[in-house]
Design a protein around this ligand. Structure first.
Ligand SMILES: C[S@@+](CC[C@H](N)C(=O)[O-])C[C@H]1O[C@@H](n2cnc3c(N)ncnc32)[C@H](O)[C@@H]1O
Length: 227
């Protein structure tokens, strides 16, 4: 069985990591560019992000990609990350809220009010246990509108040259002690998306580290053909 960090271990790890999380930008940013390019954010009015970290992506989306009327709810289970994200999103306080969670996935459901147009998960599903990934995706399904999109980026499996070597090294480090990789391991998200429609998937390699970008909808085909 995959030995992921417990919720408590992950909270303590990311509380300690704090703003150093943003140093992962050297490999994350290329995948986030792809996610933004294909996530149709200019059409999104209600956005939920799970595991927002320091709020780096939220600030970018609110500043440059979402409609000026869009509302953003960012969740994280690390008090330190929530505090950093709140500071970063202060200029958008009318539209953005950052909330601390207990690490569970008790998300607002579509039935509670307006559903979300986008739910964003970046480099967070890849640190959850398999059971938590399933629980999270079930909750995301309940929170999204029928035409809404799950927009995910996370560690993927390298498929050639140095990227394969790096994937193998990453997996070994994770197996040795999952704290070494911040709890993250390569994931093929489609294995968890049997009842979703994946509308876009791409592997992105940056600094020999492979990320997987996946966009999926719980509803009908939105006419994507960019796989
Ligand atoms: C690797 S960081 C990624 C942060 C950010 N999404 C990014 O790409 O820079 C993972 C984040 O997920 C948060 N996290 C981990 N488990 C979580 C859970 N069960 N619920 C909410 N947030 C969680 C951590 O506190 C941390 O901020």
């Amino acid at each position: 069985m995959t030995q992921t960090l417990t919720r408590g271990q992950a909270r303590r790890f990311y509380d300690r990591l704090g703003a150093f999380q943003d140093r992962q930008a050297f490999y994350e940013d290329k995948a986030l560019d792809v996610l933004i390019e294909h996530g149709k954010f200019s059409e999104a009015n209600r956005v939920l992000e799970i595991g927002c970290g320091t709020g780096r992506l939220a600030a970018r989306l609110l500043s440059d990609h979402l409609p000026s009327s869009a509302q953003y709810l960012a969740l994280d289970q690390s008090p330190r990350m929530v505090s950093l994200a709140q500071q970063r999103l202060e200029p958008f306080r009318e539209r953005a809220e950052v909330r601390l969670t207990d690490g569970g996935f008790n998300l607002p459901t579509a039935a509670d009010g307006e559903p979300f147009d986008r739910v964003i998960t970046t480099y967070v599903l890849d640190l959850l246990s398999d059971d938590d990934i399933r629980a999270c995706l079930a909750a995301v399904r309940g929170a999204l509108s029928a035409a809404g999109l799950l927009c995910n980026a996370g560690l993927g499996y390298g498929s050639g040259g140095l990227a394969v070597v790096l994937t193998t090294l990453w997996q070994s480090a994770f197996r040795l002690n999952s704290h070494l990789t911040g709890g993250c391991r390569p994931l093929e998200l489609e294995n968890f998306l049997e009842d979703w429609q994946v509308v876009y998937r791409r592997l992105v390699v940056s600094a020999a580290i492979t990320s997987e970008v996946v966009i999926a909808t719980p509803g009908i085909d939105q006419g994507f053909n960019a796989r």
